[in-house]
Design a protein around this ligand. Sequence first.
Ligand SMILES: Nc1ncnc2c1ncn2[C@@H]1O[C@H](COP(=O)(O)OP(=O)(O)OP(=O)(O)O)[C@@H](O)[C@H]1O
Ligand SMILES: [Mg+2]
Length: 508
Amino acid sequence: MTKSTDEILIQLQKKLNAFGFEPGLTNVGTVEQMGDGVVTVSGLSKVAMGEMVEFEDGSTGFAFNLDEDYVSVILLSTKTAITSGSQARKTGNFLSIGAAEAFLGRVVSPLGEPLDGKPGIKAAKMMPLERIAPGVVLRKSVNTPLFTGIKSIDSMIPIGRGQRELIIGDRSTGKTSIALDAIINQKVARGSRRKQVLCIYVAIGQKQGNVAQIVDKLGEKGALSYTIIVAAGASDGAALQYIAPFAGCAIAEYFLQKGQDVLIVYDDLTKHSFAYRQLSLVLKRPAGREAYPGDIFYLHSRLLERAVCLNEKNGGGSITALPIVETQAADVSAYIPTNIISITDGQIYLESDLFNAGIRPAINAGISVSRVGGAAQTPIMRKIAGPLRLDLAQYRELAAFAQFGSDLDKATQTRLDRGARITEVLKQTNYAPMRQAHQVAIIWAVTNGFLDDIAIDDVSRFEIEFIEYLENVEKKLIDKIDKEEKLTDEIAKDLEKEVIKFKKRFKI
Ligand SMILES: Nc1ncnc2c1ncn2[C@@H]1O[C@H](COP(=O)(O)OP(=O)(O)OP(=O)(O)O)[C@@H](O)[C@H]1O
Ligand SMILES: [Mg+2]
């Protein structure tokens, strides 16, 4: 009895093969070559694409290339050294990750292992990493807003649950901050009957320190209890980085199946593309534009297609995706940015120039769009955002023109003043999402000209004190805005009354 089961299986298989019979599940092969995290195995004739393969020493990987004579397996975890001639066995399982409520508040690897030094997590269900996105019959159109708490986004680029909104910009333009604010803003006040939106933050190819900072920040803001962080760091290798967003999405689908709403952030898909390109080049797949493999578009579209808003018959849950893409010198026409722009339902463009000029969040409102979120916007926000967009567009046009002349007529000067104040009001520090009623109050005030006579430098103080005033003195109005869907004449009148009252108190 010295023969291992594998050897017996190989012999058995050979015999069966001689009769033209191929057994299904226990196909065993031999390692031919190994290097760069890729193992070439011969004899694994029945393995399927993406199937998990186990090696003699306990290492695991997944089949990534199926050639005529051999299979290339990408290693996910290595135990001891895999030597050529050793055995590899197909497992019949596809790449999957465990998911459970216990994952909330935790930092895990794309394989579901804890990275936060706390004990392992018991999975309630295994979720496949790759899955066909729900078809159109299971879906309904986006109709519920997902508030980010960021004034310029909620008013002008509204996001709906189930939408895919791209955050795109150069290095250090505040991309991650916007996504984190959106997560922090999902916090539900104790006792509130609002349904909790669960959040998943997928960190791809980031430095460990960066991820640690993000986890700290979320903890500090009380957002960790409803958030899961899936991290594949820069040092983790291309294979883990490649599967990370799919792992995050699989966990999101676990909650989706329970009818819950999930917000998932992929930070960022540029690094994800690098990882996929690296794997493909190692496997000698033909390189296409910018050396990316030809199927990279398909890679991201099948990931983002899984963002969904299910109809009531199917639980009514949703997955809202916020992919992030980093551009070089604001070049959105590079390969990966154009791909992902065409897959998503809208983009939030961030610009270094604006960021450096102190306009933060550095959103270029002129070219940022949200194609489906408008349908989900609350009527009160939609009403208020109308003049905001118009005023800003006019301001941009005039400001470019007014640089050249000093003699401006009164109407133009008023437009410029208004635009400057609106720009000031739309500035917002990070980690400080704002509730909708507050946004409505201040945007209403500025677009209706009540800040025109306030000096630019005083605008942000005006905003803070005005909100404070409403909260402390006129809480009723805030509650009314919260409750009322529409901008009624009554609310408009009350707002006007309160702004005028407050302006008398405001010290210049
Ligand atoms: N609205 C804001 N107000 C003030 N500071 C901000 C704002 N948004 C971001 N920042 C600051 O700008 C810096 C860069 O932000 P962030 O990390 O979000 O950018 P990023 O685009 O994700 O960068 P990277 O390209 O490195 O991933 C951070 O120090 C952050 O605190
Ligand atoms: Mg970032």
